[in-house]
Design a binder for this molecule. Structure first.
Ligand code: ADP
Length: 689
């Protein structure tokens, strides 16, 4: 045991005061480190009562590791040697728990200088230690977090703008490692012109003044390349408000910037194509459209050389039609050969555009794109190509190709439009010529009708006079020698002359009918009569001429057909049909059939003669149209024309059916009472209908 009384003697009354201190463990050790006194604070901090610990070694306050490491002994030795030692470290309570202790050990020496023992003052700093630890861990966590952020460059600047910290995002974004950049001015992240203009300093000033500066702008990487950055610069101040530096958070917005720029560029290109399209609509000249297209490509893509080349019909060469960045003297002359396997002629050329051998002049114009100008009317379906080249190597993207193709489409549309306009012009010219021809024909027909009319009238008067004279002569002759005149020579001639004049007057009557029909002046005078009776009379008149050709006339059907028609005109129709049947009937029998059904009657004239070819059936009712050989059969080609007009004017119909070599059947269908129809003048206009 150590004599603690002796040891404590020098402290005198202070010993009492020390005993009551609670926040510090203050106790005495003998020169060997054995506890000789204990205060309240020591009990509170370490958990031992005085009786439990006095006389024990102070080594038990140390952790096992410290004891093994000889720490307890070392501290005492140092205190003995240096008079005082201070230590911070883990200590152990009675219950085995640890606390963070601040320990001061002071050596006590007697008047003789001999070591009498130690005063040991221990403070429990666990709370502070915990706080510090938490702070440290927090900072560490923050550091790790900042470091793990890859998308952002987060770093600190000192108040003068030198880089003070660096995270991995910053390294990734800007390319510098921490050792390379820490301590360097942040101005090296700015493009040179901005540095010269003092922009970095200005940003720091704003951040210092306003606490924060934010912008988007170009920044430079270590390798010199640029990126579009979003930057936030914040001032950092300590609790006294002193500026300690800045945090800078930078984000690479290049992708967004690129997307925005691409969108902008696309919009610009589309606008340019739209404008060109409007120009092409207003401007019909293809050359003007081509020139505007060339300017549009140059201004929009910024390519120094733009060309439009036209493919030859054989597809072997391309000739310069226009361009910029080319020798104007080459237009129309400069030609390049086309490789047959070239994409130009392939139905599906590369959608990304393609370089055209012979056009891509590697030296002067290393990069370029070419698109095809299609033209359906061209032999190969291709008008030519549109190509854009740059003087510096450059990559073109899909938007650029699409733009160029749209411009090519506008050119193609202009070409197509010109072709169509040309076709319309040709068609219009033909139509105009046709119109002139038709007018000429109608004029000729009108003149003919006029001539016929005038001639018929002019002939009728002298002919009538001649007829009257001849009839007078005949009467005179008969009166002079009634029985002789019939057989006399003069009588015979007179009769012949009268027959000729009758024929002539008949012809003139037909011509006058044509004039009347043309002028719409052939009028009907219907009366009641028996048409069957009329048919019989006409047939009777024909018996003799028919017999001359050996033709037998047969009558069938109704005996009476009472109705209301123009008698003379109906007679004219019947005479015409019967005379045709006899004329073209080849001596074979001719039948006339009468039928009446309700309100309508039918008259059929059937022969077994030469018949009519199918292709002629449509035109024999047209005036002056004849189907029979002129040499064998005389006639004007007017009979059927007039007949049809008369039947139509009665509200009836006349139709024919025939087979060549087997005869013809003409059928008249009439209402019982003529339903008078006013027919328009059958003048030149209708002549060909
Ligand atoms: P034309 O008998 O004076 O020539 P038409 O107008 O009476 O004039 O007849 C027109 C044409 O129709 C005739 O030229 C003839 O070719 C044809 N044609 C008319 N009737 C007959 C018929 N019964 N058989 C064959 N051909 C006929």
């Amino acid at each position: 045991m150590i004599d603690s009384t002796a040891l404590l003697a020098p402290f005198g009354d202070a010993q009492l005061a020390i005993g009551g201190i609670r926040h510090y463990a203050i106790f005495l050790l003998d020169p060997h480190g054995t506890v000789v006194s204990w205060n309240e604070g020591a009990q509170a901090i370490k958990g031992y009562s005085a009786s439990e610990i006095v006389g024990q070694s102070s080594a038990r306050f140390y952790t096992r590791e410290d004891v093994l490491a000889g720490r307890h002994a070392q501290l005492l030795a140092r205190a003995a040697q240096e008079g005082r030692v201070e230590d911070e470290g883990w200590r152990v309570r009675k219950d085995g728990s640890r606390f963070w202790a601040d320990v001061v050990i002071t050596a006590i020496r007697g008047a003789d200088g001999a070591l009498r023992g130690f005063v040991k003052i221990t403070r429990d700093l666990t709370e502070r230690k915990r706080g510090e630890e938490a702070l440290r861990q927090g900072e560490e966590r923050m550091r790790l977090m900042i470091d793990s952020v890859q998308e952002y460059a987060i770093f600190m600047l000192d108040p003068t703008g030198r880089v003070a910290s660096w995270n991995s995002g910053a390294e990734r974004l800007k390319g510098y490692t921490a050792p390379e950049i820490v301590g360097q001015s942040f101005s090296r992240f700015y493009p040179e012109p901005e540095v010269r203009a003092g922009k970095p300093e200005r940003e720091l000033e704003i951040a210092e003044r306003e606490g924060r500066f934010q912008e988007e702008g170009w920044r430079v990487r270590k390798d010199g390349s640029r990126f579009w950055a979003s930057v936030v610069l914040s001032a950092v101040r300590d609790e006294l408000g002193t500026l300690v530096g800045f945090t800078k958070v930078t984000r690479d917005m290049s992708d967004r910037k690129l997307a925005e720029e691409a969108m902008l560029e696309r919009t610009r290109q589309q606008g340019a194509v739209a404008q060109l399209g409007v120009f092409a609509v207003e401007q019909p000249a293809v050359d003007a459209v081509i020139h505007r297209a060339i300017d549009t490509v140059r201004d929009t893509l910024g390519t120094e050389r733009v060309q439009v080349l036209e493919l030859s019909d054989d597809g072997n060469s391309l000739t310069l039609r226009g361009g910029c960045g080319v020798d104007p003297a080459g237009v129309g002359r400069l030609a390049v050969a086309v490789d047959r396997g070239s994409q130009l002629l392939s139905p599906e050329p590369d959608p990304q555009g393609f370089p055209l051998a012979g056009l891509l002049d590697e030296q002067a114009f290393p990069s370029g794109i070419t698109v095809v100008i299609r033209a359906s009317a061209r032999p190969l379906g291709v008008y030519g190509v549109l190509c854009a080249h740059t003087a510096v190597r450059r990559a073109f993207n899909g938007d650029d190709v699409n733009f160029l193709r749209s411009v090519a489409n506008v050119i193609a549309a202009a070409i197509e439009r010109r072709r169509m306009e040309e076709q319309v012009r040709v068609a219009e010219r033909r139509m105009q010529e046709e119109r002139v021809r038709t007018a000429q024909v109608q004029e000729a027909l009108r003149e003919r009708d006029e001539f016929i009319s005038v001639a018929a009238h002019e002939l009728r008067t002298p002919l009538t006079a001649l007829q009257l004279k001849l009839q007078g002569l005949e009467r005179g002759l008969r009166a002079a020698a009634p029985e002789k005149s019939a057989g006399s020579k003069i009588g015979g001639r007179l009769e012949g002359a009268l027959r000729q004049t009758k024929r002539l007057s008949h012809l003139i009557e037909r011509l006058l009918d044509v004039s009347r029909i043309a002028a719409g002046r052939l009028e009907l005078a219907p009366e009641r009569f028996d048409l069957a009776e009329l048919v019989r009379q006409v047939a009777e008149d024909f018996r003799e001429p028919a017999a001359e050709t050996g033709t037998e006339l047969r009558l069938h059907g109704a005996q009476r057909m009472e109705g209301c028609w123009d008698r003379l005109r109906m007679e004219q129709v019947l005479v015409n049909l019967l005379s045709n049947a006899v004329k073209y009937g080849a001596g074979r029998p001719v039948s006339v059939r009468l039928e009446s059904a309700g309100e309508r009657i039918r008259i059929s004239v059937v022969d077994e003669g030469i018949g009519i070819a199918p292709e002629d059936l449509g035109r024999i009712f047209t005036r002056f149209e004849r189907a029979a050989p002129v040499r064998n059969y005389a006639g004007l080609g007017l009979g059927l024309y007039i007949s049809r007009y008369i039947v139509d004017a009665h509200g009836g119909r006349i139709e024919v059916s025939s087979r060549p070599g087997q005869g013809s059947t003409f059928v008249i269908d009439l209402p019982l009472v003529a339903a008078l129809v006013t027919l328009p003048g059958q003048g030149p206009r209708q002549a060909r209908a």
